[in-house]
Design a protein around this ligand. Sequence first.
Ligand code: UFG
Length: 329
Amino acid sequence: MSNQQARILVVGGAGYIGSHIVRQLINACHDVVILDDLSTGYRQLVHQDGEFVQGHLGDLNLLEQLFNRHRFDAVMHFAAFSQVGESMHHPLRYYQNNLGDTITLLKAMQSHGIRRFVFSSTAAVYGEPLEIPITESHPCLPTNPYGNTKLAVERLLTDCDMAYGLRSIALRYFNAAGADESGEIGELHDPETHLIPNLFKAALGQIDHIRLFGTDYPTPDGTCIRDYVHVNDLAQAHLLALDVLLADGESAVYNLGSNSGFSVKEVIEKAEAVIEKKIPVIESPRRPGDPAKLVASSDKIRRELGWKPGYESLETIIATAWRWHRKNV
Ligand code: UFG
């Protein structure tokens, strides 16, 4: 089965990244059921053409009902807590949701014979990089509970492949950014910790200023370098991964980034150029746990799955985010 209409369960489809994947799945004529407990997702991000079930991925009874009602061809999983700082203070909450409840989901899939899984992973599995750009063979040494939980699921997936023939593709995102061109869905978090939406909040007076975390990093301008990738390019990669699994392809792990990095100061300058306004910035101490530089090599997914990001310019990525933010946040 490939490039055919499939029935997909999207767990966490009311979140920032999940909602963009749902939109592309529906545009590609797949039949989509969205499971989300709205703890960090938003009703307004739920696509009207998907069936929406409000509930938690750790609720085995609910999963049993869902899997009895629908014969899913694959499951895509985005329902994780994803704040590094919060994970340091609440590791049990992170392990329970990101690992424990994912085990429940995988058990329910296993008992219903569903053997295709696309997993939302993260650059945080690598920890402090030993070399740049980071390839998939870079050692995985996470430096926080969030990264540990994601790596634990990746390892579990490898074991489930060997034991049960569960085929999975894990996609390790670098810095997801931007919003769909429609302006109908985009980034929403509460609290917001990410750089680009916080720049807009400061520009709009929703917060007094943005704090620039650290100006003494070993980088050319002293601020951290990150690899920003448009959320719709991430979404496109998920559809390619799904096609591989529907065609009974092998399990794999891929980085998703742009192969280029921008410093926080560069992002601020580009945001100011896009919105044509000076943003109030206060230089502040480093934020604990931030590596100086994270840039992906995405050569593997480009080569093996033919992934071609459509948004190569950071200005365009920021412009799509701005269009969403000024209307909706
Ligand atoms: N930053 C600021 N001020 C802010 C927010 C961020 O200076 O108000 C800086 C950060 O210190 C960092 C850069 O902007 O240097 C980007 O920060 P983000 O919070 O936007 O993104 P991160 O790189 O910290 O996080 C991303 C993902 C995480 C993932 C992590 C991997 O959002 O889910 O990469 O390290 F875990």
